[in-house]
Design a protein around this ligand. Structure first.
Ligand code: ZN
Length: 423
Protein backbone atom coordinates (compact mmCIF):
# COMPACT_ATOMS: atom_id res chain seq x y z
CA UNK A 1 0.00 0.00 0.00
CA UNK A 2 1.49 3.34 -1.06
CA UNK A 3 0.35 6.90 -0.46
CA UNK A 4 1.79 10.17 -1.71
CA UNK A 5 3.57 12.30 0.88
CA UNK A 6 3.95 16.05 0.51
CA UNK A 7 7.15 15.90 2.57
CA UNK A 8 9.08 13.57 0.25
CA UNK A 9 7.13 14.49 -2.92
CA UNK A 10 6.66 10.81 -3.79
CA UNK A 11 4.53 7.82 -2.97
CA UNK A 12 5.62 6.20 0.28
CA UNK A 13 5.19 2.52 1.10
CA UNK A 14 3.28 1.81 4.31
CA UNK A 15 4.78 -0.80 6.66
CA UNK A 16 3.26 -4.26 6.10
CA UNK A 17 0.19 -5.36 8.12
CA UNK A 18 -0.50 -5.30 11.00
CA UNK A 19 1.26 -1.94 11.04
CA UNK A 20 0.15 -0.20 13.19
CA UNK A 21 -0.95 2.78 11.08
CA UNK A 22 -1.46 5.76 13.38
CA UNK A 23 -3.12 8.73 11.69
CA UNK A 24 -3.80 12.30 12.70
CA UNK A 25 -5.95 14.58 10.54
CA UNK A 26 -6.55 18.24 11.26
CA UNK A 27 -10.25 18.68 11.90
CA UNK A 28 -12.40 21.80 11.82
CA UNK A 29 -12.06 25.11 13.60
CA UNK A 30 -15.47 25.31 15.22
CA UNK A 31 -17.12 28.69 14.70
CA UNK A 32 -19.87 27.85 12.19
CA UNK A 33 -21.34 24.77 10.49
CA UNK A 34 -18.64 22.98 8.52
CA UNK A 35 -18.89 23.24 4.74
CA UNK A 36 -18.98 20.38 2.28
CA UNK A 37 -15.22 20.69 1.61
CA UNK A 38 -14.33 20.61 5.34
CA UNK A 39 -15.78 17.09 5.47
CA UNK A 40 -13.02 15.70 3.19
CA UNK A 41 -10.35 15.47 5.95
CA UNK A 42 -12.99 13.53 7.90
CA UNK A 43 -14.26 11.24 5.11
CA UNK A 44 -10.84 10.41 3.60
CA UNK A 45 -9.23 9.08 6.81
CA UNK A 46 -12.42 7.23 7.82
CA UNK A 47 -12.37 5.42 4.43
CA UNK A 48 -8.63 4.80 4.66
CA UNK A 49 -9.08 3.33 8.15
CA UNK A 50 -11.84 0.98 6.93
CA UNK A 51 -9.74 -0.17 3.98
CA UNK A 52 -6.59 -0.69 6.06
CA UNK A 53 -8.51 -2.71 8.65
CA UNK A 54 -9.83 -4.93 5.86
CA UNK A 55 -6.13 -5.59 5.00
CA UNK A 56 -5.52 -6.71 8.63
CA UNK A 57 -3.88 -3.49 9.72
CA UNK A 58 -4.19 -2.15 13.23
CA UNK A 59 -5.12 1.50 12.98
CA UNK A 60 -5.60 4.43 15.29
CA UNK A 61 -7.14 7.59 13.91
CA UNK A 62 -7.35 10.93 15.68
CA UNK A 63 -9.20 13.87 14.15
CA UNK A 64 -9.03 16.95 16.31
CA UNK A 65 -11.48 19.74 16.99
CA UNK A 66 -9.88 23.20 17.08
CA UNK A 67 -11.92 24.96 19.75
CA UNK A 68 -9.41 27.69 20.68
CA UNK A 69 -8.55 29.91 17.71
CA UNK A 70 -8.50 33.54 16.56
CA UNK A 71 -11.39 32.84 14.18
CA UNK A 72 -13.65 31.82 17.07
CA UNK A 73 -12.77 34.90 19.14
CA UNK A 74 -13.41 37.05 16.06
CA UNK A 75 -16.75 35.37 15.28
CA UNK A 76 -18.12 35.74 18.83
CA UNK A 77 -16.37 38.49 20.78
CA UNK A 78 -16.89 37.84 24.47
CA UNK A 79 -18.81 34.60 23.85
CA UNK A 80 -16.35 32.35 22.02
CA UNK A 81 -16.68 29.43 24.46
CA UNK A 82 -20.39 29.14 23.86
CA UNK A 83 -19.97 29.33 20.07
CA UNK A 84 -17.16 26.75 20.08
CA UNK A 85 -19.33 24.41 22.14
CA UNK A 86 -22.35 24.81 19.83
CA UNK A 87 -20.27 24.48 16.66
CA UNK A 88 -18.57 21.33 18.02
CA UNK A 89 -22.01 19.76 18.42
CA UNK A 90 -23.01 20.84 14.88
CA UNK A 91 -19.83 19.25 13.52
CA UNK A 92 -20.52 15.97 15.34
CA UNK A 93 -24.18 15.95 14.23
CA UNK A 94 -23.39 16.72 10.59
CA UNK A 95 -20.54 14.24 10.21
CA UNK A 96 -22.56 11.54 12.05
CA UNK A 97 -25.06 11.75 9.19
CA UNK A 98 -22.37 10.51 6.77
CA UNK A 99 -22.73 7.10 8.44
CA UNK A 100 -18.99 6.35 8.62
CA UNK A 101 -18.72 6.07 12.42
CA UNK A 102 -16.35 8.11 14.58
CA UNK A 103 -12.53 8.25 14.70
CA UNK A 104 -10.77 6.54 17.65
CA UNK A 105 -10.00 9.91 19.25
CA UNK A 106 -11.43 13.39 18.76
CA UNK A 107 -9.27 15.55 20.99
CA UNK A 108 -10.10 19.20 21.58
CA UNK A 109 -7.60 22.00 22.10
CA UNK A 110 -9.29 22.93 25.39
CA UNK A 111 -8.77 19.49 26.94
CA UNK A 112 -5.10 19.42 25.84
CA UNK A 113 -3.96 22.78 27.25
CA UNK A 114 -1.76 21.20 30.00
CA UNK A 115 0.15 19.16 27.37
CA UNK A 116 0.56 22.29 25.22
CA UNK A 117 1.97 24.31 28.14
CA UNK A 118 4.41 21.48 28.94
CA UNK A 119 5.61 21.40 25.33
CA UNK A 120 6.12 25.18 25.26
CA UNK A 121 8.12 25.03 28.52
CA UNK A 122 10.34 22.35 27.01
CA UNK A 123 10.86 24.42 23.85
CA UNK A 124 11.91 27.43 25.94
CA UNK A 125 14.31 25.30 27.98
CA UNK A 126 15.88 24.01 24.76
CA UNK A 127 16.34 27.55 23.42
CA UNK A 128 13.77 27.06 20.65
CA UNK A 129 11.31 29.61 22.03
CA UNK A 130 11.24 32.86 24.01
CA UNK A 131 8.64 34.87 25.87
CA UNK A 132 7.96 38.59 25.51
CA UNK A 133 5.28 40.43 27.49
CA UNK A 134 3.01 37.45 28.02
CA UNK A 135 3.45 35.96 24.52
CA UNK A 136 5.75 33.09 23.61
CA UNK A 137 7.26 32.75 20.13
CA UNK A 138 9.01 29.91 18.34
CA UNK A 139 12.47 30.81 17.04
CA UNK A 140 12.19 29.78 13.37
CA UNK A 141 15.91 30.43 12.83
CA UNK A 142 16.77 27.63 15.29
CA UNK A 143 15.13 24.91 13.21
CA UNK A 144 17.34 24.24 10.19
CA UNK A 145 14.76 22.15 8.30
CA UNK A 146 12.17 24.95 8.37
CA UNK A 147 10.34 25.26 5.02
CA UNK A 148 11.01 21.71 3.82
CA UNK A 149 7.35 20.63 3.79
CA UNK A 150 6.13 23.71 1.90
CA UNK A 151 9.32 23.92 -0.22
CA UNK A 152 10.34 27.39 0.95
CA UNK A 153 13.89 28.57 1.47
CA UNK A 154 14.27 29.31 5.19
CA UNK A 155 15.41 32.90 4.51
CA UNK A 156 12.43 33.52 2.19
CA UNK A 157 9.69 32.32 4.54
CA UNK A 158 6.72 34.66 4.83
CA UNK A 159 6.32 36.78 7.98
CA UNK A 160 3.98 35.36 10.61
CA UNK A 161 1.91 36.97 13.36
CA UNK A 162 3.00 40.63 13.29
CA UNK A 163 4.53 41.89 16.54
CA UNK A 164 7.38 44.45 16.44
CA UNK A 165 8.84 42.92 19.61
CA UNK A 166 9.61 39.59 17.96
CA UNK A 167 13.26 38.66 17.35
CA UNK A 168 12.50 37.64 13.76
CA UNK A 169 9.41 38.35 11.61
CA UNK A 170 9.21 34.63 10.74
CA UNK A 171 8.72 33.60 14.37
CA UNK A 172 5.26 32.31 15.22
CA UNK A 173 3.23 32.34 18.44
CA UNK A 174 3.13 29.35 20.78
CA UNK A 175 1.26 31.25 23.49
CA UNK A 176 -0.73 34.48 23.30
CA UNK A 177 -1.40 36.69 26.30
CA UNK A 178 -5.07 37.30 27.08
CA UNK A 179 -6.71 40.28 25.35
CA UNK A 180 -9.60 42.26 26.87
CA UNK A 181 -12.29 40.94 24.46
CA UNK A 182 -11.28 37.27 24.82
CA UNK A 183 -13.64 35.42 27.15
CA UNK A 184 -11.44 32.35 27.68
CA UNK A 185 -7.94 32.07 29.13
CA UNK A 186 -5.72 29.63 30.96
CA UNK A 187 -3.04 30.31 33.56
CA UNK A 188 0.52 29.62 32.47
CA UNK A 189 4.10 30.41 33.50
CA UNK A 190 3.81 33.43 31.14
CA UNK A 191 0.57 34.70 32.62
CA UNK A 192 -3.03 34.37 31.55
CA UNK A 193 -3.49 33.51 27.91
CA UNK A 194 -4.16 30.77 25.43
CA UNK A 195 -2.20 28.55 23.08
CA UNK A 196 -1.39 29.29 19.44
CA UNK A 197 -3.08 27.10 16.84
CA UNK A 198 0.01 25.14 15.79
CA UNK A 199 1.10 23.93 19.24
CA UNK A 200 -2.45 22.64 19.80
CA UNK A 201 -2.04 20.09 17.00
CA UNK A 202 1.51 19.05 17.99
CA UNK A 203 0.21 18.35 21.50
CA UNK A 204 -3.06 16.68 20.48
CA UNK A 205 -1.44 14.35 17.94
CA UNK A 206 1.40 13.29 20.23
CA UNK A 207 -0.93 12.81 23.19
CA UNK A 208 -2.98 10.26 21.28
CA UNK A 209 -0.47 8.73 18.85
CA UNK A 210 2.91 9.16 20.55
CA UNK A 211 6.00 11.14 19.44
CA UNK A 212 6.23 9.31 16.12
CA UNK A 213 3.40 8.11 13.93
CA UNK A 214 2.74 7.10 10.35
CA UNK A 215 0.39 9.64 8.75
CA UNK A 216 -0.54 13.28 9.31
CA UNK A 217 -3.19 14.77 7.05
CA UNK A 218 -5.32 17.79 6.39
CA UNK A 219 -6.30 20.20 3.65
CA UNK A 220 -3.57 21.35 1.26
CA UNK A 221 -4.06 24.91 2.53
CA UNK A 222 -2.69 23.79 5.93
CA UNK A 223 0.77 22.83 4.65
CA UNK A 224 2.02 26.34 5.38
CA UNK A 225 2.18 27.70 7.96
CA UNK A 226 0.22 25.24 10.14
CA UNK A 227 1.94 21.95 9.35
CA UNK A 228 5.35 23.51 8.77
CA UNK A 229 5.08 24.90 12.30
CA UNK A 230 3.89 21.61 13.79
CA UNK A 231 6.97 19.90 12.33
CA UNK A 232 9.28 22.63 13.70
CA UNK A 233 7.80 22.37 17.20
CA UNK A 234 7.79 18.59 17.49
CA UNK A 235 11.10 17.87 15.77
CA UNK A 236 12.90 20.54 17.79
CA UNK A 237 11.98 18.45 20.82
CA UNK A 238 13.67 15.45 19.20
CA UNK A 239 10.43 13.72 18.25
CA UNK A 240 10.25 12.06 14.85
CA UNK A 241 6.61 13.18 14.50
CA UNK A 242 4.68 12.21 11.33
CA UNK A 243 6.46 10.21 8.61
CA UNK A 244 3.94 10.72 5.79
CA UNK A 245 2.03 13.94 5.08
CA UNK A 246 -1.25 13.52 3.18
CA UNK A 247 -2.73 16.78 1.94
CA UNK A 248 -6.16 16.61 0.36
CA UNK A 249 -7.14 18.86 -2.55
CA UNK A 250 -9.45 21.78 -1.84
CA UNK A 251 -13.07 21.67 -2.89
CA UNK A 252 -14.05 24.50 -5.21
CA UNK A 253 -17.18 26.00 -6.69
CA UNK A 254 -17.37 28.05 -9.93
CA UNK A 255 -13.58 27.84 -10.18
CA UNK A 256 -13.06 29.35 -6.72
CA UNK A 257 -11.89 27.50 -3.61
CA UNK A 258 -14.58 27.10 -0.95
CA UNK A 259 -13.58 28.58 2.41
CA UNK A 260 -15.63 29.45 5.46
CA UNK A 261 -13.55 32.60 5.81
CA UNK A 262 -14.42 33.68 2.24
CA UNK A 263 -18.14 33.25 2.91
CA UNK A 264 -18.70 31.23 -0.30
CA UNK A 265 -19.30 27.99 1.58
CA UNK A 266 -22.16 25.52 1.26
CA UNK A 267 -22.76 23.73 4.54
CA UNK A 268 -22.42 19.97 4.85
CA UNK A 269 -25.87 19.92 6.46
CA UNK A 270 -27.54 21.63 3.49
CA UNK A 271 -25.88 19.26 1.02
CA UNK A 272 -26.97 16.23 3.08
CA UNK A 273 -30.54 17.59 3.26
CA UNK A 274 -30.72 18.13 -0.47
CA UNK A 275 -28.75 15.20 -1.93
CA UNK A 276 -28.48 12.59 0.83
CA UNK A 277 -25.38 10.89 2.19
CA UNK A 278 -25.00 8.29 -0.56
CA UNK A 279 -24.79 10.81 -3.41
CA UNK A 280 -22.39 12.96 -1.40
CA UNK A 281 -20.04 10.08 -0.55
CA UNK A 282 -20.04 9.01 -4.21
CA UNK A 283 -19.29 12.60 -5.20
CA UNK A 284 -16.20 12.58 -2.94
CA UNK A 285 -15.16 9.25 -4.50
CA UNK A 286 -15.19 10.74 -8.02
CA UNK A 287 -12.16 12.89 -7.22
CA UNK A 288 -8.66 11.69 -6.33
CA UNK A 289 -8.04 12.87 -2.78
CA UNK A 290 -5.01 14.95 -3.78
CA UNK A 291 -6.82 16.85 -6.53
CA UNK A 292 -9.18 19.82 -6.31
CA UNK A 293 -12.82 18.75 -6.47
CA UNK A 294 -15.53 20.78 -8.23
CA UNK A 295 -18.81 21.10 -6.35
CA UNK A 296 -21.86 22.06 -8.43
CA UNK A 297 -25.45 20.98 -9.09
CA UNK A 298 -24.17 19.15 -12.17
CA UNK A 299 -21.44 17.20 -10.36
CA UNK A 300 -23.86 16.34 -7.53
CA UNK A 301 -26.55 15.24 -10.01
CA UNK A 302 -23.97 13.00 -11.68
CA UNK A 303 -23.14 11.48 -8.29
CA UNK A 304 -26.84 10.92 -7.55
CA UNK A 305 -27.11 9.12 -10.91
CA UNK A 306 -24.22 6.86 -9.86
CA UNK A 307 -26.09 6.02 -6.66
CA UNK A 308 -29.14 5.07 -8.75
CA UNK A 309 -26.92 3.00 -11.04
CA UNK A 310 -25.69 0.95 -8.08
CA UNK A 311 -29.22 0.52 -6.65
CA UNK A 312 -30.33 -0.72 -10.07
CA UNK A 313 -27.64 -3.42 -10.04
CA UNK A 314 -29.16 -4.85 -6.84
CA UNK A 315 -32.67 -4.87 -8.38
CA UNK A 316 -31.41 -7.15 -11.15
CA UNK A 317 -30.01 -10.70 -10.87
CA UNK A 318 -26.53 -11.19 -9.39
CA UNK A 319 -23.96 -12.27 -11.98
CA UNK A 320 -20.84 -13.77 -10.47
CA UNK A 321 -17.59 -11.99 -11.24
CA UNK A 322 -14.26 -13.62 -12.10
CA UNK A 323 -12.37 -14.95 -9.04
CA UNK A 324 -9.74 -12.18 -9.25
CA UNK A 325 -12.19 -9.26 -9.67
CA UNK A 326 -11.47 -7.95 -6.16
CA UNK A 327 -7.78 -7.57 -7.10
CA UNK A 328 -8.67 -4.77 -9.52
CA UNK A 329 -10.29 -2.81 -6.71
CA UNK A 330 -7.37 -3.51 -4.36
CA UNK A 331 -4.86 -2.41 -7.03
CA UNK A 332 -6.60 0.95 -7.38
CA UNK A 333 -6.75 1.57 -3.63
CA UNK A 334 -3.26 0.29 -2.86
CA UNK A 335 -1.80 2.75 -5.35
CA UNK A 336 -2.34 6.04 -3.52
CA UNK A 337 -5.95 5.26 -2.56
CA UNK A 338 -7.32 6.02 -6.00
CA UNK A 339 -11.08 6.16 -5.39
CA UNK A 340 -12.07 7.29 -8.94
CA UNK A 341 -10.36 4.17 -10.35
CA UNK A 342 -11.98 2.05 -7.63
CA UNK A 343 -15.36 3.50 -8.57
CA UNK A 344 -14.82 2.68 -12.25
CA UNK A 345 -14.04 -0.94 -11.30
CA UNK A 346 -17.13 -1.16 -9.09
CA UNK A 347 -19.44 0.15 -11.83
CA UNK A 348 -18.46 -2.88 -13.94
CA UNK A 349 -19.64 -5.39 -11.34
CA UNK A 350 -23.01 -7.17 -11.30
CA UNK A 351 -21.98 -9.61 -8.53
CA UNK A 352 -24.11 -8.56 -5.58
CA UNK A 353 -21.87 -9.94 -2.81
CA UNK A 354 -18.70 -8.50 -4.29
CA UNK A 355 -20.24 -5.10 -4.93
CA UNK A 356 -21.84 -4.88 -1.49
CA UNK A 357 -18.45 -5.65 0.11
CA UNK A 358 -16.73 -2.91 -1.93
CA UNK A 359 -19.47 -0.35 -1.27
CA UNK A 360 -19.22 -1.09 2.45
CA UNK A 361 -15.59 0.15 2.48
CA UNK A 362 -17.00 3.58 1.63
CA UNK A 363 -20.02 3.43 3.94
CA UNK A 364 -22.31 2.74 0.98
CA UNK A 365 -23.62 -0.79 1.67
CA UNK A 366 -27.05 0.83 2.06
CA UNK A 367 -27.19 1.06 -1.76
CA UNK A 368 -27.70 -2.71 -1.73
CA UNK A 369 -30.84 -2.46 0.42
CA UNK A 370 -34.19 -2.19 -1.29
CA UNK A 371 -36.56 0.20 0.37
CA UNK A 372 -39.77 -1.61 1.25
CA UNK A 373 -42.93 0.03 -0.05
CA UNK A 374 -45.55 1.03 2.53
CA UNK A 375 -48.81 -0.93 2.38
CA UNK A 376 -50.83 1.85 0.73
CA UNK A 377 -48.31 1.93 -2.13
CA UNK A 378 -48.48 -1.85 -2.50
CA UNK A 379 -52.31 -1.59 -2.63
CA UNK A 380 -52.12 1.06 -5.37
CA UNK A 381 -49.78 -1.17 -7.38
CA UNK A 382 -52.11 -4.15 -6.91
CA UNK A 383 -55.10 -2.13 -8.11
CA UNK A 384 -53.07 -1.04 -11.14
CA UNK A 385 -52.19 -4.63 -11.92
CA UNK A 386 -55.84 -5.67 -11.64
CA UNK A 387 -56.85 -2.78 -13.93
CA UNK A 388 -54.31 -3.90 -16.51
CA UNK A 389 -55.49 -7.49 -16.28
CA UNK A 390 -59.03 -6.21 -16.93
CA UNK A 391 -57.68 -4.16 -19.86
CA UNK A 392 -58.82 -0.94 -18.11
CA UNK A 393 -55.73 0.86 -19.35
CA UNK A 394 -56.93 4.38 -18.61
CA UNK A 395 -57.52 3.51 -14.96
CA UNK A 396 -54.12 1.78 -14.87
CA UNK A 397 -52.45 4.94 -16.17
CA UNK A 398 -54.16 7.06 -13.51
CA UNK A 399 -52.90 4.66 -10.83
CA UNK A 400 -49.39 4.74 -12.31
CA UNK A 401 -49.44 8.55 -12.08
CA UNK A 402 -50.60 8.32 -8.45
CA UNK A 403 -47.71 5.99 -7.65
CA UNK A 404 -45.24 8.31 -9.34
CA UNK A 405 -46.57 11.29 -7.44
CA UNK A 406 -45.92 9.33 -4.24
CA UNK A 407 -42.34 8.64 -5.40
CA UNK A 408 -42.70 5.05 -6.57
CA UNK A 409 -42.47 3.23 -9.87
CA UNK A 410 -44.26 -0.07 -10.45
CA UNK A 411 -42.28 -2.22 -12.86
CA UNK A 412 -43.91 -5.21 -14.52
CA UNK A 413 -41.91 -8.38 -13.94
CA UNK A 414 -42.59 -12.03 -14.72
CA UNK A 415 -44.42 -12.85 -11.49
CA UNK A 416 -46.26 -9.55 -10.93
CA UNK A 417 -44.69 -6.17 -10.19
CA UNK A 418 -41.63 -4.70 -8.52
CA UNK A 419 -41.89 -1.42 -6.63
CA UNK A 420 -38.91 0.88 -7.03
CA UNK A 421 -38.36 4.03 -4.99
CA UNK A 422 -37.70 7.05 -7.23
CA UNK A 423 -35.39 9.74 -5.87
ZN1 ZN B 1 -3.92 21.03 12.92
Amino acid sequence: MRVYSTLSRRKEELPPPPGPIRMYFCGPTVYKRIHVGNAIPYVLPMWLKRWLELQDYETKLAINITDINDKIYDAAPGASARLANDATNWYLEDTDRLGLGRPDAEPTAVETVPEQIAMIEELIEGGFAYSIQGDVYFRVGRFCDYGRLSRQKPDKVADQEPNPLKEDPRDFALWKGNKPDEDTWWDSPWGRGRPGWHIECSAMSEKHLGPSFEIHGGGLDLAFPHHENEIAQSRSLGHEFARIWMHNGILGMHGEEMHKSLGNDVSLRDVLDRWGREALLLFYMTGHWRKPLDFSDATMAAAAARADGFREVFRGPSESAPADAWDDLAAALEDDFNTPDALAVMHEWRDHDLLRRALDVFGLASLAEQEEAPSEIVQLAERRQEARAARAFEEADVLRAELEAAGWEARDVADGFQLVRKR
